[in-house]
Design a protein around this ligand. Structure first.
Ligand SMILES: [Zn+2]
Length: 299
């Protein structure tokens, strides 16, 4: 019996056990299932070499990709507002927050704000972290967007927002819905200062986020295949009892229907942003140069 339990059984268990792939070495493509060598995937900016699917990126990875030379400075954001409604479903909201922060390894919420330069021009970027409670927008994310807007105005910089979000954070109820007008105000501040506001829609951008600041870009870019919409496709199908068209709510479909200005592959995003910011921010050629005595003439 000992021989069976001590020798045979472990062998059988080992043979049938799921072999854990070291998480940091290989990553499975969420779309085609291909196993991808993590280092190659990182070098390809998390675009699957087999099917071209744009995989999720960390906010730090995105900021490094967007800013010149990967150099940026993050700003301190107001601490998350805790649990204003004492909300509890299967778990307390405070516990969910703590879990999300432990998993993410940082004490912040679902948005990260940084400044630096893009194409040698000043820029502020607010980037969402979908892995943090599905990038949902509560008070802390609203504060992050406001801080980003204020900083852009202060630095006379372009504001770029990179949402990846399931929408408003239900655990904060009406307070999360109020972040919709607040984030719109953040954007308005930047627009009133005559500074560019650019949105890069990533997969997925839905709910209250798509219904507020994410749809207000002076220029709206989207990553290939990104799902962008308000309600999910299945909910819409069930409500209107009709089959939705192929590719509904995907970036390419939205480009065809005028919601998105450009669908930009990830490796071209930094250069595209630099080009747009340069076009929108570089001063027009000075007329003073044309006057023979070099006097500055205001036009
Ligand atoms: Zn793939």
């Amino acid at each position: 019996m000992n021989w069976l339990t001590n020798f045979v059984l472990p062998k059988i268990r080992a043979a049938v056990a799921k072999r854990d792939v070291p998480e940091n070495l290989w990553q499975k493509c969420a779309d085609c299932g291909q196993m991808l060598f993590r280092r190659d995937l990182e070098a390809a900016l998390f675009v699957c070499s087999n099917c071209g699917a744009h995989q999720r990126m960390t906010p730090e990875g995105r900021l490094g990709m967007i800013f010149d030379g990967g150099n940026y400075t993050t700003i301190e954001l107001p601490a998350p507002a805790g649990d204003p409604l004492k909300f509890r479903d299967l778990k307390r909201y405070t516990d969910r927050l703590k879990e999300a922060q432990n998993r993410a390894g940082h004490p912040r919420d679902a948005a990260l704000v940084a400044h630096g330069s893009i194409g040698s021009l000043p820029a502020v970027v607010a980037c969402f972290d979908f892995d943090f409670m599905a990038g949902s927008m509560g008070q802390a994310v609203g504060e992050a967007l406001l801080a980003a807007g204020r900083l852009a105005v202060l630095q006379e910089a372009a504001l770029i927002v990179v949402p990846a979000s399931g929408g408003a954070r239900m655990q904060e109820g009406i307070l999360s819905l109020m972040q919709m007008p607040r984030t719109v105000l953040a954007v308005e501040m930047v627009k009133e200062a005559g500074l560019p506001y650019i949105v890069l829609l990533t997969n997925p951008t839905t709910g209250g986020v798509s219904a507020s600041f994410a749809m207000l870009g002076d220029v709206t870019l989207a990553e290939p295949g990104a799902v962008v919409g308000f309600a999910g496709a299945r909910v819409i199908e069930e409500t209107i009892r009709e089959k939705l068209p192929e590719g509904f709510q995907r970036a390419e479909y939205l480009l065809e229907h005028g919601i998105v200005d450009m669908v930009v592959p990830r490796k071209e995003i930094a250069a595209t942003l630099a080009r747009i910011i340069r076009l929108l921010m570089s001063p027009a050629p000075s007329l003073a140069a044309a006057t023979p005595d070099g006097r500055k003439t205001a036009f």
